[in-house]
Ligand binder design. Sequence first.
Ligand code: F6P
Length: 324
Amino acid sequence: MHKIAVLTSGGDSPGMNAAIRSVVRTCAYMNVECMAIYRGYQGMIEGDFVAMNARSVNNIINKGGTILKSARCEDFKTPEGRKKAHEQLVQAGISGFVVIGGDGSFTGATIFNKEYDFPVIGIPGTIDNDIFGTRYTLGFDTALNTVVDAIDKIRDTASSHNRLFFVEVMGRDVGHIALNAGVAAGAEEILIPEENLGLDRLLESLRRSKKTGKSSSIVVVAEGDKTGKNVFELKEYVEEHLPIYDVRVSVLGHMQRGGPPSAFDRVLASRMGVKAVEALIAGKTNLMVGIIDNEIVLTPIAEAIKGHTKIDRELVRVSDIMTI
Ligand code: F6P
């Protein structure tokens, strides 16, 4: 393995820069050339490559976003796009790449690997924590802390005005951010896609909260929840059926994807980057780096994509008990 490339793809997440830094520095340490691919797979197709050395990644470990930029690339979904990408890689003398991204990025990588037998290792970078084969994805911990911080602030004003807030958080079709942030921020109810408890239970729980002396309430809603109503419709529904509440909505949005990575994400990114490069150099391919029981492990990318992360049932129970 003479030359390894690194790219970030899909939605960005805090810790991606720390992972890029780790890949680049591990290559330098192992005397392997390293190329950055800008703008994800789009940059691969267009040959947007820049040679990196250990100093190219100074002062980025603490930065959110990705210095390499990211894209959700439609062209890479076509055989013509992937052919161009392969030609660019071969022309640049690149013999393997590390892709930092989520399941869409990994799906692209597996198809590419199948077509061209091109060595690839994935690093899971997404705030959603929805990748099988790892307990944590890069950015999840930071996003969680961002959400908890935001909800703490919302609680201040909710409490001053005796209000009920619906707070919508990201997570696409899984509820890891919602569940963990809800427990950490002491939410009265948490609505997640994995567990649709229905609107009656929500009303019942809010009614009980009021009765037992709670003056303000926070309901955390995962963006993919299955109540069939978005946060604004939930507000209307509660106003109609439970007029005892003054209700407001806060959609946290993309601020959840920004900000400096937490110490946890920086350490995880550094560990995953080393493992990814070592795996490529050892001739391994089509694997994703993950962390399970604090061990850095490798899982076939195909399994990582197909498998489902399970919601933490024990945490659901804890949440139920806490909302008494
Ligand atoms: O996958 C990360 C994520 O932030 C999801 O939580 C969210 O549903 C989605 O990306 C938003 O995507 P975009 O930035 O393209 O609007």
